[in-house]
Design a protein around this ligand. Structure first.
Ligand code: FES
Length: 569
């Protein structure tokens, strides 16, 4: 093993070495921890404000056990944590900021390898993005999903929040029942129990080869989550000895595998934006077409909410992600390297499916349509995304009149107006919720349907916006329209009553307005004034890229590596 980077601190003689070691010793560290053994950072997003990650101190202890067992020295450190439910205006606004924290924290410290403790939605991409820009041996552990909730004899999870809200609006449940359900849903530690964005991200890291097998689905409350953490602690020490860096695992093949596996499990549309950003950091070419191309022939194998019926814990009991991967062995790059030094195919060789209601086969899948479809046209020249498995089949080809909301505030103000001109054929259009327009690109794309249509039994309409949708959401929702309205995309020019045609089978999205009329409208168009002139948000607006590029900041693309050339003393 070559001299490790931590020895540039702890292996020094004289005053500098004294300072580097002496202050660490105030934590009761014996001399031999500085003898050249791998120093493993445990990058922790624990926070009581991120309830999905609130159990991470326990997981960190398990990782430490494993690191010690393998002869390493573990050091736990905090980074910015992003809790999806509390952070306003949206956790996505801070994904890039957290990634900067992670990158600089890893590079600036005496760390030879790092374990990333990720859970709630944005904590996974931000940590992986930051680590990619340093590129030392890295292993990801997800916090695991909650156990499913139980309410009045029914299994419930995050996707039911949308159903409860509709039922409450319609008077089908009363306020007391609504509040009662709160305590029944999130009843254990862990992240959302359905295939929302957090589970999509946990699946993504396993599919990319960044975690040990079965990382995606072991519930947070299951002691096997601690076991995988301990085993990960052992393994990262070996990875340092093998110099198994991130860029050796994150190859183009790994990204293609991740896209195919995301299709098979019905992952969130947020997957697109985060995978693009990760590829941009590690330097792998990836574009919107790749999502369509590699998911097109993959059916939906996993029967999980919101596309299906079951929960993440059910997936684990049915064989876990390795069982899904095994079903896909004829299409995946089986040799793609993973953190345990084996190919992803070898890791799933002994997997079995224990419940065919939950994991189907390529021949007899749960649904034929899966993945992410990318649509283009004059309304989205750089593309927009839709998740067919969560949409209404009859609306996948649809022409209708636009009902336009200029901002999310405009939507809230008018959606229940009895005079709102909207019917079951309408297409709802929401502007100014993209990366710049609603700094951070909020998850508001699956706008709720007005009560007057719900009462008629209409539960889905085509909805189009430059925003995102929660991974737990569903419906015929076209998202991530690029360029966004605030950046002068044609979305900004749509007016009430314009006809829009969506044709998902042919991958088109068009505004039926002539070029001449659009140029006339453009002359009168003014970008919304957000009046943000200072701080991180002003920097974000200046530098954030459009959704089809992953919404990373332009100056964060690529990596700076792990070398620090100047000393601190
Ligand atoms: Fe944290 Fe859903 S709110 S994963």
């Amino acid at each position: 093993m070559e001299k490790l980077r931590s020895q540039n601190w702890f292996g020094k003689k004289g005053k500098d070495g004294f300072i580097y070691r002496a202050w660490m010793k105030n934590q009761g560290i014996p001399d031999d921890m500085f003898d050249g053994r791998p120093v493993i950072g445990i990058c922790n997003t624990w926070s009581e404000l991120t309830p999905c990650n609130a159990h991470f101190r326990d997981l960190a202890e398990s990782v430490k056990k494993g690191v010690y067992e393998a002869g390493g020295y573990p050091v736990e450190f905090p980074v910015m944590s992003l809790g999806e439910t509390l952070i306003k205006p949206t956790a996505m606004l801070y994904r890039n900021l957290a990634s900067m924290d992670v990158e600089e924290s890893i590079r600036a410290n005496p760390i030879d390898g790092v374990v990333l403790l990720c859970g709630c939605d944005k904590t996974t991409p931000s940590l992986v993005m930051g680590a990619c820009s340093v590129d030392i041996p890295t292993l990801v552990i997800s916090g695991g999903p909650m156990l499913k909730g139980h309410w009045r004899g029914k299994d419930i999870g995050t996707s039911d929040v949308w159903r409860f809200a509709e039922a409450f609006k319609l008077g089908e449940i009363n306020e007391q029942q609504f509040v009662e359900a709160e305590g029944c849903m999130a009843r254990t530690q862990g992240h959302c129990a359905v295939m929302g964005t957090a589970s999509t991200m946990a699946t993504m890291v396993e599919a990319l080869g960044l975690s040990l097998p079965n990382n995606a689905a072991i519930p947070a409350a299951d002691v096997r989550r601690k076991v995988i953490s301990q085993l990960s602690g052992r393994r990262i020490v070996e990875m340092v000895k093998e110099d198994l860096t991130l860029s050796k695992i994150l190859t183009r093949e790994a990204f293609e595998n991740a896209i195919m596996i995301n299709a098979a499990i019905g992952g969130s549309t947020n997957f697109v934006i985060h995978l693009l950003a990760i590829a941009g950091r590690i330097g792998v070419e990836l574009n919107m077409e790749d999502f369509d191309k590699f998911s097109q022939n993959i059916p939906l194998l996993a029967n999980l909410q919101p596309s299906g019926s079951f929960f993440m814990e059910d997936l684990y009991y049915a064989g876990g992600l390795p069982a899904v991967i095994k079903e896909m062995k004829n299409v995946l790059h089986n040799d793609a390297l993973t953190v345990n030094g084996k190919g992803i195919g070898a890791n799933s060789e002994s997997a079995e499916v224990f419940d065919r209601n939950i994991v189907g086969t390529m021949e007899v899948p749960f649904k034929e349509s899966s993945g992410i479809a990318v649509v283009r046209g004059n309304l989205a020249p750089n593309g927009a995304v839709i998740k067919p498995s969560a949409a209404t089949p009859a609306l996948m080809t649809h022409r209708g009149k636009a009902v336009v909301f200029e901002t999310i505030e405009d939507y809230h103000a008018r959606i229940e107006d009895p005079d709102l001109d909207i019917d079951e054929h309408s297409i709802m259009v929401l502007k100014n919720v993209g990366p710049k327009g609603y700094p951070g690109m909020a998850e508001v794309g699956n706008m709720g349907i007005p009560k007057k249509l719900l009462e008629k039994g209409v539960h889905d309409l085509v909805r189009i916006s430059d925003g995102r949708m929660s991974g737990t959401g569903f419906g015929t929702v076209v998202l991530h329209v690029s360029p966004e309205a605030a950046d002068g995309g044609n979305l900004a020019l749509v007016q009430n009553g314009d006809y829009i045609s969506l044709d998902v089978p042919n991958r088109t999205l068009n505004l039926e307005v002539s070029d001449e009329e659009l140029s006339k409208r453009r002359k009168n168009w003014q970008p919304i004034d957000m009046n943000i002139t200072r701080g991180y948000v002003s920097m974000y607006i200046k530098h954030v890229e459009q959704a089809h590029l992953g919404a990373d900041m332009d100056f964060l693309k690529g990596k700076s590596g792990s070398v620090v050339s100047r000393d601190s003393h």
